[in-house]
Design a protein around this ligand. Structure first.
Ligand code: PGA
Length: 217
């Protein structure tokens, strides 16, 4: 299985979400490769809407961009694992933007990862490089060098494989690359046997980009 992750970050209003869906649905996905999974990660308010609107496509799963490190209770504004269970299959944890703008520490991120797993949400744990520790028993690891995010400077393939080797990834673990991946440069990453998936930010906001990627695999 290869994984295409679409991280919309803090983008799109509701009408733009509806347009994305209607444009996406213009494609014929009947012959799509069965070994592909698309994980859509919109802002929280659109999670359930995307899940409902796209439920005819079994290759699509829904993920949140974050999860609270509190389990549940009086934490105004937070969205926790029990809120998300039955809605999301995955949760992105530790994106470099969370670490940078929200001062999320490794302890907080490990707690988030534990809570996601407790509620059967698969954490996708992001690291910026070899200095960021990984929680134990994490299945999905997304390597995203900060300098490559949103800069159009995607990391060369050989550097990514070198990082993967140094991380001592186990057989059961999935290794994802993210950072300026788009519809023009994705193929080298997704086709490489050592890379299980790609995490796409900016380019995923345009439905044609995602459908082009999906239909070329
Ligand atoms: P980008 O973002 O594709 O816009 O570089 C990737 C990410 O931050 O997840």
């Amino acid at each position: 299985m290869k994984y295409i992750l679409a991280n919309w970050k803090e983008n799109k209003d509701f009408s733009q979400v509806k347009t994305w869906i209607s444009e996406f649905k213009k494609n014929n996905f009947e012959t799509i490769n069965k070994e592909i999974e698309l994980i859509l990660m919109p802002p929280f308010p659109f999670l359930i809407y995307l899940k409902e609107e796209l439920k005819e496509f079994s290759f699509i799963k829904i993920g949140s961009q974050d999860i609270s490190f509190f389990e549940d209770g009086a934490y105004t504004g937070e969205v926790g694992a029990p809120n998300l269970t039955e809605i999301t299959n995955y949760s992105l944890i530790g994106h470099s933007e969370r670490r940078k703008y929200f001062s999320e520490t490794n302890d907080i991120l490990f707690q988030k990862s534990n809570l996601a797993q407790k509620y059967k949400i698969t954490p996708i744990f992001c690291i910026r490089g070899l200095n960021d520790p990984l929680p134990s028993k994490i299945e999905f690891i997304a390597y995203e060098p900060t300098w490559a995010i949103g800069t159009n400077q995607n990391e060369p393939l050989e550097n990514i494989i070198d990082i993967k080797n140094k991380l001592n990834i186990k057989d059961y673990q999935k290794f994802i690359y993210g950072g300026s991946v788009n519809e023009n440069n994705f193929i080298q990453y997704i086709n490489h046997p050592e890379i299980n998936g790609i995490l796409i930010g900016g380019a995923s906001l345009i439905p044609e980009n995602i459908s082009k990627i999906l239909l070329s695999l």
